[in-house]
Design a protein. Structure first.
Length: 632
């Protein structure tokens, strides 16, 4: 017996669909005031090269190329480590290999030498064609004939293979708990389609709502509590029509970083993680980038007899109540700093103050935060981050004008994490992090309403929550000739509300992303990504069909056997052929497919049949993409 999947299995999806249609109807009023308080900074001078670095043109390469190296310069001026954040192979590997011989006058702070990290741009220019060398044993060619009285022609000079180098120090130091991707890496992640904000799902600590959706849980915090910023400015609506494409052109974003918890005080009013994008700095010369043509198609599940039904029997708060006319005023300020206590110890303390006024009531939040990185050896670092964060009540996803009433006060989270970073051979970086987040007075409609309607949906429900877990990351930059990453999260997220204490209905115990990208030479590159996660909890069915997970029940509350939906996996693929045009131009033909394996995701059980419960599936959601990309 077929059921209305949106209405029967999860009314929240119906609500979200209606909200997306109404997004442009009303816009919430808000006023913000953030005045950073800046402390006097010590005099810092960047390192400078003692001699022009010598980098030879790689054997077998063709065309011109630009490689951007990230170099750590020790206090004695030697190169401690080097990696390529941008640039094709084999140019990137040649630049990294030569970097170990570079020598610098070290950076100084108040005159004292210190270690520093810089970005160094290397331009490769293809040598001009030279006459072929004579075969062994062949006679020497006769000298050119010179007319009587004419001056002899000078011999042709061999072209310079390395362009002048420029050393620049860009941006500001990142607070310790950050991780992210550069623009060059985002392009190479299969299934991300070059979107830096969508690529965040491949990072540790991130749990998808469902496959293909650009909305995520970050360390147990729901999508509505995750903040998105571009150059420090909050982005209220990240995707067109709620699901894509991004409102920010990917070519403008230089890198995207994820602060899963304990983030700097300049980021406020979110109790989940922070996704921060940085735009590319303007260049003195004309430049451009973008898809010349891109064609996409999709395949998905067909739902019969679907409608958006917001009856009071389904939910206890309607869209009209969410959009109730009111004036919300929010003002605040922050103070944070990046302190190098010793050459090995970096501290990032911060304090934030916010005041929220709505419907005649005022709420004040004071949020201390601190992060630290301790360098034990040149390749081993301990990282800690702790902080308190608050925000007004949130909707299922961040949408302008959709914010529940604040009559029950602010949401709060206490975030804590600690871990270790290790630099392994072959430029592989390993990270292991343990985290614990506690949530108070939380609004999480997805996490407190099950898909089988055993727990009624409520847009205004408040709950207590907790998330505990482990994050493991192994990474070699995708821009290397052979690059890839492994991101694994083991976590447990719970909710307590009314008389229930249950796992979050969006909890996934295991989440794994495994990707590889290989430069095949002659402009060809191929890559693939495996995405795997376990199913979410279910509260219906029989013990023979469901696997108990041992979550304790509250005495006196009748509940069905607790189990899990089936695990899900998909494989994404990407292939590219790249041509160099002139000194800096390029053109690429790209084929990219999300879920070519046609995997389906279990989303609900239908137990209305006398024969037992039947699994209901979503998908397969498959998106192929074929296009041309280029830049100059």
């Amino acid at each position: 017996m077929r059921q209305n999947l949106l209405r029967r299995t999860h009314p929240v999806l119906s609500i979200l669909g209606a909200a997306l249609l109404l997004t442009g109807a009303r816009v919430a009023w808000a006023e913000e005031a953030q005045r950073p308080v800046l402390a006097a900074a010590p005099a810092v001078t960047p390192p400078r090269p003692l001699a022009p670095p010598d980098v030879g043109y790689p054997e077998g390469a063709r065309g011109d190329a630009v490689v951007l190296l990230v170099i750590t310069v020790s206090a004695d001026g030697t190169v401690r480590s080097a990696s390529a954040s941008e640039g094709p192979e084999p140019f990137a590997s040649a630049a990294i290999a030569a970097a170990s011989a570079f020598r610098f006058a070290p950076a100084t702070r108040d005159g004292a030498p210190i270690a520093s990290k810089i970005r160094l741009e290397i331009r490769f220019t293809a040598p001009a064609s030279l006459p072929p060398a004579p075969a062994p044993g062949a006679a020497e060619p006769p000298p050119p004939q010179v007319a009587p009285g004419a001056a002899p022609r000078p011999a042709p000079e061999r072209p310079t293979t390395v362009a002048p180098l420029e050393v620049t120090v860009r941006g500001e130091a990142k607070a310790p708990p950050v991780t992210g991707f550069s623009r060059a890496e985002v392009r190479l992640i299969p299934g991300a389609f070059g979107d830096p904000f969508r690529a965040v799902e491949a990072l540790p600590g991130v749990t998808p709502v469902f496959s293909g959706a650009p909305y995520f849980y970050v360390r147990g915090a729901p999508p509505g509590n995750v903040g998105y910023f571009l150059d420090g400015v909050r982005v209220p609506l990240l995707y067109h029509i709620g699901f894509g494409p991004s409102v920010v052109n990917p070519a403008l974003v230089q890198r995207v970083d994820l602060y899963p918890g304990g983030y700097p005080a300049r980021y406020g009013r979110h109790t989940g993680g922070i996704v921060a994008g940085e735009t590319r700095p303007p260049l003195p010369e004309a430049h451009g980038e973008g898809p010349g043509a891109r064609f996409r198609a999709g395949a998905g599940v067909t739902l019969e007899d679907t409608d958006v039904n917001l009856r009071r029997t389904d939910v206890d708060a309607t869209i009209d109540e969410i959009l109730s006319p009111r004036l919300d005023i929010t003002a605040g300020g922050f103070l944070d700093a990046d302190l190098e206590v010793t050459p090995r110890l970096q501290l990032s303390p911060g304090l934030r103050l916010d005041v929220v006024r709505s419907e005649g009531a005022t709420w004040v939040s004071i949020e201390p935060r601190i992060a630290a990185r301790l360098t034990v050896t040149p390749g081993v670092r301990f990282v800690h981050a702790h902080g308190l964060a608050s925000q007004p009540p949130s909707f299922i996803a961040t949408l302008p004008g959709l914010q529940p009433s604040i009559d029950q006060g602010l949401q709060w989270s206490l975030q804590s994490s600690g871990g270790i970073e290790v630099d392994l051979p072959e430029d592989v970086e390993a990270k292991l992090t343990l985290f614990r987040n506690a949530f108070f007075n939380m609004t999480d409609t997805l996490g407190t309403s099950d898909r089988d309607n055993n727990i009624p949906v409520s847009l205004a429900r408040r709950s207590l929550g907790a998330s505990t877990g482990l994050e493991l990351s192994l990474r070699r930059r995708l821009t290397r000739r052979l690059g890839g990453f492994l991101a694994y999260t083991l976590s447990r997220s719970t909710r307590a509300f009314d008389r229930y204490e249950i796992p979050s209905t969006s909890d996934r115990t295991h989440v794994l992303n495994l990707a590889v990208s290989h430069d095949l030479g002659r402009g060809y590159r191929a890559g693939s990504r495996l995405v795997f996660y376990t199913g979410t909890p279910t509260f219906t069915g029989t013990p023979s069909q469901l696997v108990p997970n041992g979550v304790p029940r509250i005495p006196g509350v009748p509940m069905h056997e607790i189990g899990r939906y089936s695990s899900f996996f998909r494989i994404d693929v990407r292939a590219e052929k790249r041509w160099s045009i002139g000194r800096t131009g390029w053109l690429s033909a790209v084929i990219e497919v999300l879920n070519p394996t046609l995997s389906r995701e279990a989303v609900a059980y239908d137990c209305s049949s006398p024969l037992g419960c039947e699994v209901q599936w979503m998908g397969p959601i498959t998106i192929p993409s074929v296009g041309l990309e280029g830049g100059f």
